[in-house]
Design a protein around this ligand. Structure first.
Ligand SMILES: [Zn+2]
Length: 418
């Protein structure tokens, strides 16, 4: 199906604005479509951004948003999260994911990278909303069943090998939940299936010390020895990377998913992104889950992410506007199996239409700055994924009120089963 979007104010990767018409055919931007396109729409000068990419999340955890605040991480996990995760049904995971994907779409996120379980339910929710993503079956062997999880992961990758919206990836959770041998098997599965590999690393302050105590090795050295860092790898957090490790990550071409709000909220620290950028590490942005953020909004990560780097580096010139916008968009296309994050011929047609008559975007003259420092996602009017509108001042593929009712019921039922 051919579409023409007339009179767009398109933002490119360098935050330059250009007035032009966009042509979409078979889910991609094309240079020119014949004038007899079936669908011609006048966007009347609206701002058009590439869809944003959330490179680290756990979608079903919207079920746990606000569950417990101001407690230590261990207490948060053991008292609140783990007992509920033990009782989750496939329906819970579906409805939790649905709500997260709706929130992402509404906030201009069109692609995600997820790690959880009941991956078929997560995929169904993504398809029902119409969002694109890489879904990894979270892998851990400390509580048993490691082999079964790897098999599920491989089956999911194979089942979605040619899916236009959903691909499988490999997600060994972390070195404190996976044995070294198991982690190695996971990396081998990513390599043999040419899939995206993603894992948590050096998120909290004690992780480095604990791993060295347990194994006599540095975690980064072990991971490098098994080939865990390459161009298809997304490292989530990396809050406590040192300079030497950042050099290695840059050399291997791996991507670092910066999750500033989750890291700050859980008291884990802040990743040294100002250093990572000076070493040319490919950096992207992630929200982490709604349980530790508590929003799924990359414009919040953009603003907070810049401010906190400036606060810790005492340098108001680090993380330039173009750099941080690229982190939320085109940098993700390097590790992902999708050509996303840029509005240009040949790229997948994922875009966000923004009403420039908005308080947070005024004065329009300085819009570049507003996208980074004052953007309010209520200015988002329409969202397209894979050449199809999925949001037009409301969700086009799901019934909002019905979903919210089901979601509230799922949370009450889960609490009653504890
Ligand atoms: Zn995470």
């Amino acid at each position: 199906m051919k579409k023409v979007l007339k009179n767009c104010l398109v933002v490119d990767e360098n935050l330059n604005f250009e007035k032009k018409d966009l042509y979409v055919e078979d889910g991609r931007f094309v240079d020119f479509a014949e004038e007899n396109a079936e669908d011609v729409e006048d966007l009347k000068g609206a701002l058009v951004l590439p869809g944003l990419v959330n490179t680290h999340t756990h979608a079903p955890m919207s079920l746990f948003r606000g569950i417990a605040e101001d407690v230590e991480l261990y207490e948060w996990l053991s008292t609140y999260i783990f007992p509920r995760e033990d009782k989750l049904t496939e329906e819970d995971v579906y409805i939790g994911s649905l709500v997260s994907f709706m929130e992402m779409i509404k906030n201009g996120i069109t692609t995600f990278v997820d790690m959880y379980f009941f991956q078929d339910a997560v995929a169904q929710a993504a398809k029902d909303v119409g969002i694109r993503g890489v879904i990894t079956r979270g892998l851990a062997d400390i509580s048993g069943n490691g082999g079964q999880k790897l098999k599920e992961c491989e089956d999911f990758i194979k089942a979605h090998a040619n899916d236009p919206l959903i691909r499988g990836g490999v997600g060994p959770h972390a070195l404190y939940t996976c044995s070294n041998d198991y982690f190695k098997e996971a990396v081998q599965l990513a390599h043999s299936t040419d899939s995206l590999l993603t894992f948590h690393l050096l998120e909290s302050p004690l992780e480095r010390e604990d791993y060295v105590k347990r194994t006599g090795m540095e975690s980064v050295d072990f991971l490098d020895s098994i080939g865990a860092f390459d161009e298809r790898t997304i490292i989530a957090h990396g809050t406590h990377f040192n300079e030497k490790e950042l050099d290695l990550i840059a050399q291997r071409g791996a991507t670092l998913s910066y999750n500033p709000i989750s890291n700050a909220k859980l008291g884990n620290g802040i990743a040294p992104i100002h250093l990572a950028l000076s070493k040319k590490v490919n950096v992207t942005l992630g929200t982490d889950s709604a349980a530790s953020n508590n929003s799924l909004n990359l414009f919040d990560e953009i603003k907070f992410g810049v401010l906190v780097q400036r606060a810790i580096s005492k340098d108001p010139t680090v993380m330039k506007m173009e750099e941080v916008f690229s982190m939320a968009t085109k940098n993700a296309s390097k590790p992902l199996p999708f050509e996303v994050g840029k509005i240009e011929s040949g790229m997948l047609a994922d875009l966000v239409v923004v009403n420039t008559e908005s308080l947070s975007l005024s004065p329009n003259e300085y819009m570049k700055s507003h996208l980074i420092y004052s953007f309010d996602t209520s200015a988002i009017k329409k969202v397209m994924v894979n050449g199809e509108w999925v949001y037009d001042e409301g969700f086009l593929n799901v019934d909002f009120h019905e979903v919210m009712e089901r979601f509230e019921k799922a949370v009450s039922s889960l609490n009653s089963r504890l």
